[in-house]
Write a new protein. Structure first.
Length: 174
C-alpha cells in the first residue's frame, strides 16, 4: 500500500526512461515473431508454458502475457503484438496438442441461455460425482442451494410525455 507511486510522480521522471517509451527493438512484425518463436522453442520455456496450460491457464491469457512482456521490455510495439498474436497462439496450441495436454483455448463463445444453463448443471453434476468418488456418499446440498430461474415478466410499456416548449420564442399553438 505504501509502495504505490505518488500521484504525478510520472511527470517528474525523465522522459523516454522506460523501455516502452523508446523506439522498439523489433519494429517489423517478422522480426518480433522470430524473437518470440526463438524464445518459445527453448525446452525450458516450452515446459513452463505447457505446465501453465496444465494448471488451467488458457492459451489466450498466456499469449497476451507473453506479448505484453515483449512490449514492456521494449522489444516491439502494441501494434506488432496484435499482428503476431494469432501466430503465437497457434504455436502454443500446437505444442500442447503435440504434447497431448488438454487445455482451454480461452476464446469466448456466444452461448444461448439453454447451453449456459446446461453447462452450469453439468459442472454441478461433475462436482457431485467427484464427491461420491471421494466419500462414497451422494450430497445434493449444492443442488438444493441453487436459486431457481426467475419467471419471465411481461414488458412494461413506457409512455413518454411531451414536454411543453419553453423559452422566449416558443408559442402555444391550438
Amino acid at each position: 500500500m505504501f509502495n504505490a507511486p505518488i500521484p504525478g510522480q510520472s511527470l517528474t521522471s525523465e522522459p523516454k526512461n522506460s523501455p516502452w517509451e523508446s523506439p522498439p527493438e523489433f519494429p517489423a512484425p517478422e522480426d518480433a515473431l522470430m524473437y518470440h518463436m526463438d524464445r518459445l522453442s527453448k525446452p525450458k520455456r516450452i515446459k513452463s508454458v505447457l505446465a501453465l496450460l496444465e494448471l488451467g491457464l488458457d492459451v489466450v491469457t498466456l499469449t497476451e502475457g507473453i506479448l505484453r512482456g515483449g512490449v514492456i521490455e521494449g522489444r516491439h510495439s502494441v501494434d506488432v503484438s496484435l499482428i503476431i498474436g494469432p501466430i503465437i497462439h497457434e504455436y502454443i496450441s500446437g505444442s500442447a496438442d503435440a504434447a497431448g495436454i488438454e487445455y482451454n483455448e480461452g476464446l469466448e463463445e456466444d452461448l444461448s441461455d439453454e447451453e449456459l444453463n446446461y453447462s452450469v448443471q453439468e459442472g454441478m453434476a461433475n462436482k457431485i460425482i467427484d464427491g461420491y468418488k471421494e466419500t462414497g456418499e451422494i450430497s445434493l446440498g449444492e443442488l438444493e442451494d441453487t436459486p431457481e430461474e426467475p419467471a419471465e415478466e411481461e414488458p412494461v410499456e413506457v409512455v413518454e410525455e411531451q414536454a411543453e416548449p419553453m423559452g422566449l420564442m416558443s408559442r402555444r399553438t391550438v
